[in-house]
Design a binder for this molecule. Structure first.
Ligand code: IYR
Length: 326
């Protein structure tokens, strides 16, 4: 796999492809980041972005994980003290999940976002951006019904972070897309270069295959789940024997194989008793999805395998959480 393929595999879009291609020509030492409002527990969405970061580390890049404490505060996620505690838990779970400690820098937003220069640049951006533009950027991120002034400051700060952390590339889920588009338009207006972005897909709700999986509604998987929880959730997952169900539905079981299992395991073994044809082995996602579609692989057997691979991915983070919480 060449560097561009490794950098862009499993991403929903690269903005722009040309800029990412240029980066891929010499990825060594380039700085890439992802940022999160700290939450106490990593869920499958964080794990998907982390898989991308692991690819980028393999391509030679340096990874920065921004623990966006000030952003969480602006989005009404708790007191500053509460947010700091969840941020530290999050850092430990990312490392347990498999980010390379040597090549990963964790930065708290509050380490630089309260500096004078940053504040002045932020005000410059505020002057240059309409309220409407900033509010639109927050459509998928804003918590709560009522837009507060803090919600329009938020995306401007997210844009500025890219300059202040001296980054070459940003990574985020598709929910961050509008903030990144604002960043690409607005940074040059205040004298900074815009940067390329990779957007990772949002996985469908496990139970229904609809919309997006989220921790606030529907069924998700997190580091808090026991082996039995994972088995139960995966067993009751929506898994029609096709990769593209109709009506805006996705097959979440296949999505998790694609974005979580195959990037981390070279071969996937689906265990089956001899009388049902014995074990199946797959080296890539496509052949597994083909077998599900042709009927060679039964959804129940696919789910059994998925639960055990997911459990293996979650286990180190689950252990870490137990240690922290005692
Ligand atoms: N908007 C993100 C949090 C965040 C991400 C980055 I990248 C920043 O520079 C700042 C904040 C979220 O929704 O979690």
């Amino acid at each position: 796999m060449d560097a561009y393929e490794l950098i862009t595999r499993n991403v929903e879009e690269a903005v722009t492809e040309e800029e990412v291609r240029e980066l891929a020509e010499d990825p060594e030492g380039k700085r890439v980041y992802v940022g999160y409002e700290p939450s106490g527990v990593l869920h499958i969405g964080h794990m998907l972005a982390a898989n991308k970061l692991i690819d980028l580390q393999e391509a030679g890049m340096e990874v920065v994980v921004l623990l966006a404490d000030v952003h969480a505060y602006l989005n009404d996620k708790g007191t500053f003290e509460e947010i700091e505690q969840t941020a530290e838990k999050m850092r430990k779970q990312f490392l347990a999940y498999g980010l390379d400690e040597e090549k990963t820098e964790f930065v708290y937003g509050s380490e630089f976002q309260l500096d004078d220069d940053y504040a002045l640049d932020l005000h410059k951006l505020e002057l240059d951006t309409t309220l409407n533009r900033a509010q639109r950027a927050m459509a998928e991120i804003q918590g709560g019904e009522t837009a507060k002034v803090s919600h329009v400051v938020y995306p401007l700060m997210q844009a500025l972070d890219i300059e202040y952390l001296d980054l070459d590339l940003a990574v985020g889920g598709m929910d961050q897309r509008k903030v990144h588009m604002l960043m690409r338009e607005e940074l040059p207006e205040v004298g900074y270069d815009s940067r390329p972005v990779l957007h990772t897909p949002i996985i469908a709700d496990l139970g229904t295959g609809e919309g997006k999986m989220s921790s606030s509604s529907g069924v998700t998987i997190s580091m808090e789940d026991s082996t039995e929880d994972i088995e139960e959730k995966v067993n009751s997952a929506f898994c029609p024997p096709t990769r593209d169900p109709e009506d805006d539905l996705e097959n979440p079981v296949l999505e998790i194989f694609q974005y979580h299992v195959f990037p981390r395991f070279e071969t996937v073994v689906v265990e089956r008793p001899e009388e049902y044809g014995g074990n199946l082995e797959y080296d890539d996602y496509e052949s597994l999805a083909d077998d599900l579609e042709s009927g060679e692989l039964h959804p129940a057997d696919a789910k059994g395998a998925l639960a055990s691979y997911l459990d293996e991915l979650v286990a180190p983070g689950r252990e870490k959480l137990r240690e922290i919480e005692g």
